[in-house]
Design a protein around this ligand. Structure first.
Ligand code: WQD
Length: 345
């Protein structure tokens, strides 16, 4: 009787998904299957996973909104022990511009996946949530008991709805053990420089914009607002290294599989607890690389919250997890990855 655990990772070709697969595959006790439709990633990511770990997950090209295709995969892949659900659209500005795209994709995909969980009796489920569920909070840092404020973007609303769906579904299912991991701002790249964020089109997120501007892919970058009520007028975020986020998923899946969770559904913050402004991130990049990207000051961006950073005591106490990677390594690993991408072209 195999003691191997079989884990499905949706969005496994994506940024956080691929780093989590790398983390899962270091254990011989885990068989990983990835489902991704490459809407914001590339099948080539599986080659990068193999370059780093020496093996590839089994993988399927499937849009989770296509229930028929999704169910066909679960008819092939039986005896699944757990699911880690990353696949979702995640750009704040894009969700403001096209809310229906986000509601359909992020909600219908979760609906289909939970329907399969019910029918296939899969009881361990990790949901990729986000600090954006908190909205604009004046009392920082936020912990999991902090009441949620008004969501500032449709993206944030889809994560709030997703958590509600997880809560209600888990309460209705006997033996369900699920957790929503609220990431703050995942950044950085694998220390080998062989895997990292690979935005399909022009990036929206700060770190890939910094590195693409520094390497010359972008002529300049805009700081969206320097008139906020913060120490230097720019927004504050809790940047956390993607490998730390990946490790939290490995810890959380083991926590669920070993029956350590005492309730059907729970939420946990994943961050460092440190707030960093946009300008401080740019300064850290320059300090680490000696390169100052061409920065222009611009107007505020719709959907941005002024400041948010985390209290992660709960993940530390329940999972024994804490983010160990500092800002210097976040910017340095991002830059190493951008330079690797340039060599690949
Ligand atoms: C950070 C700051 C921008 C680009 C992200 C993810 C979301 C979720 C939460 C979960 C903001 C500023 C950015 C640029 C800038 N993560 N900025 N110029 O909006 O906090 O959301 O983290 O998985 O999925 O999108 O991250 O990197 O877009 O912005 O000034 O060109 O950098 O205004 O203040 P955000 P971000």
């Amino acid at each position: 009787m195999s003691t191997k655990k079989k884990i499905i990772v949706t969005g496994g070709a994506g940024y956080i998904g691929s780093h989590t697969i790398i983390g899962l595959m270091t254990s011989e006790e885990t068989e990983v299957i990835s489902i991704d439709n490459y809407s914001n990633s590339s099948e080539k990511t599986y080659d990068r996973i193999e370059e780093i770990t020496g093996k590839k997950p089994r993988y399927y090209n499937c849009d989770l909104c296509d229930e028929k295709n999704l169910r066909a995969i679960f008819n092939t892949e039986k005896n699944i022990d757990g699911i880690i659900h990353f696949a979702a659209f995640k750009s704040v500005p894009e969700s403001v511009a096209d809310p229906l795209l986000y509601y359909r994709n992020n909600i219908l995909s979760l609906y289909n996946l939970l329907s399969v969980c019910r029918d296939e009796n899969i009881s361990c489920f990790i949901f990729s949530s986000s600090c954006s569920v908190y909205g604009n909070i004046s009392k920082l840092p936020v912990n999991e008991e902090t009441p949620l404020s008004k969501p500032e973007s449709p993206y944030a609303s889809t994560k709030i709805m997703g958590e509600q769906m997880m809560n209600d579904f888990s309460a209705s299912m006997k033996g369900m053990s699920s957790v929503a991991l609220r990431y703050f701002n995942p950044v950085g790249a694998h220390p080998t420089g062989l895997n990292g964020e690979l935005p399909r089109n022009r990036p929206n997120n700060l770190f890939p914009v910094i590195t693409q501007t520094a390497i010359g892919k972008l002529k300049e970058m805009t700081v969206f607002g320097n008139d906020y009520p913060t120490r230097d007028g720019t927004c504050i975020r809790d940047y956390v290294h993607v490998c730390d986020i990946a490790q939290a998923h490995v810890f959380a899946m083991n926590y669920l599989l070993n029956g350590k969770q005492t309730k059907p559904f729970d939420v946990m913050n994943l961050g460092t607890g440190d707030g960093v402004t946009v300008m401080e991130a740019i300064d850290a990049f320059e300090k680490a690389t000696g390169i100052r990207p061409n920065v222009q000051m611009g107007a505020r961006r719709a959907g941005d919250v002024v400041a948010i950073y985390s209290d992660c005591a709960k993940a530390k106490s329940l999972l024994g997890w804490n983010a160990a990677t500092d800002l210097n390594e976040m910017v340095s690993s991002s830059w190493k990855w951008e330079q690797h991408l340039k060599k690949e072209i």
